[in-house]
Ligand binder design. Sequence first.
Ligand code: AKB
Length: 341
Amino acid sequence: MSRNPSVLITGASGEIGHELIAHLTAGDAARQVVTLDLNPLQPELAAKVRQQFVGSILDTQLLERIIAEYEVDRVYHLAALLSTRSEFSPALAHKVNVEGALNLLEFAQKQGESHGRPVVFFYPSSIAAFGLPDLATKAAAGKVKEDDFNVPTTMYGANKLYCEHLGRYYSRHYKQLAAETLSGKVDFRCLRFPGLISAETVPSGGTSDYAPEMIHAAASGKPYDCFVRPDTRIPFMAMPDAVTAILRLMSAPREKLTRSVYNVGAFAPSAAEFETVVRAAFPMATLGTKVDTKRQGIVDSWPADVDDSTARRDWGHAPKYDFATSFHDYLMPSIRKRYGG
Ligand code: AKB
């Protein structure tokens, strides 16, 4: 039983978890990290963490066991089914994305009541929480603010938007009719991520996956047909900037934060602009377009870009990589090493 302040990361074997573990376990600020995922961590990551639990966020007995063994004061709840997979299994998506998040918020509440300190809780929302009604409105809207167009068209987007409200409830209104004040034990902090691009992992089950899929396919010499139109435009971010944004938000003084949920952006190229830079990097790549009209409809409902001025003002969001440097300085060195060439 370890009563040292610990960090719990759910979905730790996923894209964001992969990079987050490396940051949280490095240097003098290293924290004791405990992970929970359906899939075991890769050995090099497993070696960095205090303990990995292989199991489900729906297993409340397992969560009770973690509460009994660890004193958690930070939760990074990354486990989720992404947008495309959620559309094929909407009831399962609700269980995992909503009931799972509720389980972790209850976990954090119990921990906060037990050790008396607020549990800082990170929750990754998504541009999928937005719903633009048509392409003309999307084009006219440009950079969308957090509170505009909150009408998601996917189960995943509805899950994300509702969990944003759940988190705000636990932070500010939890059991508001109880005799004693029980709210405030969870310090809920949330980022609405754009599409994320990692050099280390290829996402699965997302609808923004066309960009990372194109890059990794070209680098590995595989033909790839992009499933959205060339003019399709949504915001993206390099994975290192996503992790930096998480760490900056989580370490910001609570009094600096004017909201629980923040937009964060970096660059917003069209699919055609992605293809141009991929072709320039991999001239032999076999790239085409084969529009999946249903997945296209999802991406068309997402904003062309986001207004992240509040994040920049409140806690210093400042992505290191723009479109060009994300490709040339971040992706290409790692991808060439990974695939050779
Ligand atoms: C997805 O495509 O579902 C995710 C997202 C944009 O949240 N990458």
